[in-house]
Design a protein. Structure first.
Lengths: 271, 440
């Protein structure tokens, strides 16, 4: 039953991408670091239960845009964001919005695996604990198991949950970080080049995982690898010099892009 | 044509090779020289460390032994309480003439004619004047001892102790010598009968200040130091850590915080005597706190230790990788939760190391304590930090000014004890760092 519905969702997503509703809407988003402007009026929408890949050369603003989606840019003193970003119609930069709540709904996985130097179990339970998602030890155990299973890590670590998370291999650490993000039941997961520090085998595992996570979560992923974008995403957005060049279905983007710059970048002519 | 090619080849090959050889030789020579400089510096350092330790230990190890004379003391009622008033007035026991007990015991043990006053005086001079309080305490604690005879181990007088340890030059003429020939003869006799012997000097650790070296110890000073260390720990650690967390994590980076940072670094370099003056004017003259109290000393040392702790804590907080902060913030932890759940625990080894080093520094500090009146002759244990007390390094300073031979060894002995404290604290800091340091 469950499997069928998942398959059905996937099919629907792949066929009618343009009809999928928007989860997050970015309107005229500009970001300034002090005097320097890093993003120029970006209009980019993120569709529900879709993997959206952000590509573009280094320094083009794709990570900056990603970090505006859960207000991680707030931690940088000189950073200023203008424009409007909504999550399910709610403005996330509204002064009444609690950033803690926002980040519980929009989780993040970073470029370098960054597990806490604590046990695997504590890594996964930290989020649920601070958000009060579990009352008893049994509930926590349940969250740990389901999160690690979603991250495809359960079978590898179930016998050593109380060993340090930093003792895992790089790929396992990154999947632990994904499990940690999943544990707070977010709606959107942001991934900032999640495979750039991993070897090809670990990368393949994480990509497979992203593919599976799509059925339950909306995913935005920044990547430098064209192949990765083509493999994991349904929508792709191309950034260049702080501007959004083009946003399209991934298939179209990699076969017949509308913009010449996209064509050049994908063909490796600049970047 | 062939000439040209060969000449081109040779000019092309030879200078290049020559250049490379010279460069490599020079580089290796420079490296060897640098290594030699480093080795020399370390050897010089080790040499001076060895000289320091050798001087202190060779002078001071004898301080841990003390000559004692064990005599059968007859607690005669005639001398202690001739009129039998102790039932009605126990204070009588406090003022009894206890030295007479020692005198009588010596006369019996050495076989001296009691009528020969100068000889009797020489004999009684061999026993420390602290025998009076020692016997008094025995009798007051147990009045039933009166009328019996008990073997009591009495401290030998400082010069006799020095003579027994072979520290007095016996080739000097008797008249200008502190220890007379007759006394030396008695010492030989007492040693042969086993009455005089060297024993471990527990008094060095328990007694307070005294003008008699055999009755002087670092106990009172050590308690004063302990009070101050506790005050420093209780005040400087939380204030320092809180200030560092605010400055490092919350404070906006602007001119004011830059100024504060520069000032904190400057304060760490301010001579400690200035802190003493500050404490004198603020805590004693303005706030009216008591002089030579461990409380004031602790406050002054707290001010002095704060910059050290703040600098160490900020460095430790800075060393926590930003990825840990991002991870916690990305999960929706507040800034406060991020710091107290993740950053501070990871910085804790560095914080504790800084604190222990700051404490060790404060423990050895003397100059500011001189100005707040802690260079004092304190005989009794301070009951609270408000009572007059002194500190370990100040006690060393005071003993170093004394003339008696027995104080020389006690000065070095006290330095050894202080050094052991410092080494233990620094070792603790190193072990903490080894044990809890995390690697990323």
């Amino acid at each position: 039953m469950n499997m069928m519905s998942e398959a059905a969702v996937e099919k629907a997503l792949d066929q009618k991408m343009n009809t999928v509703p928007f989860k997050m809407i970015g309107k005229d988003v500009s970001v300034y670091y002090g005097e320097k402007r890093a993003l120029f009026d970006v209009n980019l929408n993120v569709r529900e239960n879709t993997v959206t890949a952000l590509i573009g050369p280094s320094g083009c603003g794709k990570s900056t845009f990603l970090r505006t989606l859960n207000r991680m840019n707030d931690t940088i003193d000189s950073c200023r964001v203008t424009g409007k970003i909504t999550l399910d119609e709610g403005d996330i930069y509204d002064p009444s919005i609690d950033v803690v709540e926002l980040r519980a709904r929009v989780g993040m996985v970073f470029q370098k695996p960054n597990p806490f130097p604590k046990s695997i179990y504590e890594n996964v339970t930290y989020g649920p604990k601070i958000h009060g998602l579990a009352r008893t030890k049994a509930e926590l155990d349940q969250i740990v198991e389901s999160s690690l299973q979603k991250a495809g890590l359960w079978n590898e670590v179930k016998d050593r949950l109380h060993e340090s998370g930093t003792g895992l291999s790089g790929g396992q650490q990154q999947r632990l970080c994904i499990a940690r993000a999943v544990a707070v039941s977010p709606e959107v997961i942001l991934m900032d080049e999640p495979c750039s520090a991993l070897d090809p085998i670990a990368t393949a595992k994480v990509e497979e995982l992203i593919h599976e996570l799509r059925t339950n979560y909306t995913i935005v992923i920044v990547t430098h690898s064209m192949q990765q974008a083509a493999r994991v995403s349904q929508r792709t957005a191309m950034f260049h010099l702080g501007n959004l060049v083009e946003e399209n279905d991934t298939d179209k983007m990699f076969t017949n892009p509308d913009d010449q710059r996209t064509q050049d970048y994908i063909m490796g002519r600049f970047g | 044509m062939t000439d040209m090619t060969s000449s081109v080849q040779s000019t092309f090959v030879r200078p290049a090779q020559a250049r490379r050889d010279i460069g490599i030789k020079k580089r290796y020579a420079a490296e060897r020289r640098f290594k030699a400089y480093g080795l020399a510096a370390i050897l010089i350092g080790l040499f001076f460390l060895f000289v320091l330790l050798w001087t202190v230990v060779s002078k001071g190890y004898t301080a841990f032994q003390q000559t004692a004379i064990t005599l059968p003391i007859e607690f005669s009622e005639q001398i202690i309480d001739p009129k039998n008033e102790r039932g009605a007035n126990p204070a009588k026991l406090m003022t009894a003439n206890y030295p007479f007990l020692v005198r009588d015991a010596l006369i019996k043990a050495l076989g001296i004619d009691p009528a020969n006053k100068p000889l009797v005086k020489q004999a009684t001079d061999m026993v420390s004047a602290s025998a009076r309080t020692q016997l008094r305490d025995l009798v007051v604690a147990n009045p039933a001892i009166i009328g019996t005879t008990a073997n009591v181990s009495l401290l030998a007088e400082g010069n006799i102790d020095s003579a027994n340890k072979g520290q007095i030059d016996l080739t000097v003429a008797e008249a200008s010598r502190k220890v007379k020939d007759q006394q030396l003869e008695w010492m030989k006799k007492l040693t042969e009968t086993g009455a005089m012997a060297k024993q471990f000097n527990t008094g060095l650790f328990t007694y307070g200040a005294s003008s008699r070296p055999e009755a002087a110890g670092i106990g009172v000073a050590a308690l004063g130091s302990l009070y101050m260390m506790l005050i420093v720990l209780v005040l400087a650690l939380p204030i320092g850590v809180a200030a560092s967390i605010y400055l490092e994590e919350f404070a906006p980076k602007n001119r004011l915080t830059d100024l504060i940072e520069v000032n904190i670094n400057n304060l760490a370099a301010v001579p400690s005597i200035v802190y003493g003056l500050l404490g004198l004017s603020i805590f004693i003259n303005f706030a009216g706190m008591p002089r030579s109290a461990a409380l004031v000393g602790g406050l002054v040392l707290t001010l002095m230790t704060l910059p050290t702790i703040i600098i160490a804590t900020r460095a430790a907080l800075k060393a926590v990788p930003p990825s840990i902060r991002s991870a916690a913030l990305g999960l929706g932890a507040s800034k406060m939760q991020t710091i107290f759940h993740h950053v501070l625990p990871l910085a804790m080894p560095g914080v504790l190391t800084g604190t222990i080093i700051g404490l060790a520094h404060a423990l050895g500090e003397t100059a500011p304590l001189l100005l707040i009146g802690m260079v004092a002759f304190v005989v009794d244990y301070p009951g609270s930090p408000m009572d007059p007390s002194t500190a370990l390094p100040v006690q060393i300073y005071m003993w170093a000014n004394e003339a008696e031979r027995a104080f020389v060894e006690r000065t070095s002995g006290a330095i050894m004890i202080l050094l052991i404290f410092l080494v233990v604290m620094n070792l603790g800091a190193i072990l903490l760092r080894r044990r809890f340091e995390r690697r990323w």
